[in-house]
Design a protein around this ligand. Structure first.
Ligand code: ITT
Length: 193
């Protein structure tokens, strides 16, 4: 089955390909020739739907989109839906991580969570899959794998950050990994023509 993943993020594309396996041909937005899609909603669900709906409307294709945010309790849920550009327009992953580390200096409550919402549009119908993973923000970065905020996020019950884990281990417990497995189970149950 071929399905569009409405993302420009190559790290996310790689994770999703590895989770769904070879039975699914995943095409991302650069491969579709689709320009950047505006994300103007103020919720993860709203942004995920905005990306998926854009592809469904313009290209008439079955597709899904994932919107993910890191919510830090002591920062009132920031960066949250603004996780991508937390340190400003055009910022790097490293800029965002350094901003979070600075804001968290001297703060004892380190609780945080990653939330992923996937919006799937299949034959014109909308479906949503949501997962949250709890953990803490470390005072310094650890590990070089993964992307985004992975080097500072230590998931509860583990002693490696997402950036210290290999990809398969991260996918087995992460927000995106679990949400994508829900999507995969759904597709497996979905009646084929
Ligand atoms: P698309 O909208 O094109 O899919 P994006 O990078 O903007 O790509 P999101 O809006 O979903 O993706 O994610 C917002 C930011 O959250 C992202 O830029 C990363 O900094 C961070 N992020 C997302 N998933 C992550 C993960 O698994 N580990 C660490 N950080 C992540």
């Amino acid at each position: 089955m071929e399905i569009i993943f409405a993302t420009h993020n190559l790290h996310k594309t790689e994770e999703v390909r590895s989770i769904l396996g070879p039975d699914y041909r995943i095409k991302n937005l650069p491969e579709l020739g689709c320009p950047d899609i505006p994300e103007t909603a103020d919720t993860l669900k709203g942004n995920a739907l905005q990306k998926a709906q854009y592809v469904a409307d313009r290209y008439g294709r079955n597709c899904f989109a994932d919107d993910t945010g890191l919510e830090i309790e002591a920062l009132d849920g920031r960066p949250g839906v603004y996780s991508a550009r937390y340190a400003g327009e055009g910022c790097s992953y490293q800029d965002n991580v350094l901003k979070v580390l600075k804001e968290m200096e001297g703060i004892a409550n380190r609780k945080a969570c990653f939330k992923t919402v996937i919006a799937l549009i299949l034959n014109g119908q909308r479906y949503f899959f949501e997962v949250r993973v709890d953990g803490i923000i470390l005072p310094e970065q650890r590990g070089v794998d993964g992307f985004g905020y992975d080097p500072v996020f230590l998931p509860d019950g583990y002693n490696q950050t997402f950036a210290e884990m290999d990809g398969a281990t991260k996918n087995s417990i992460s927000h995106r990994g679990r949400a994508m497995r829900q999507l995969k189970d759904f597709l497996l149950e979905y009646p084929r023509p």
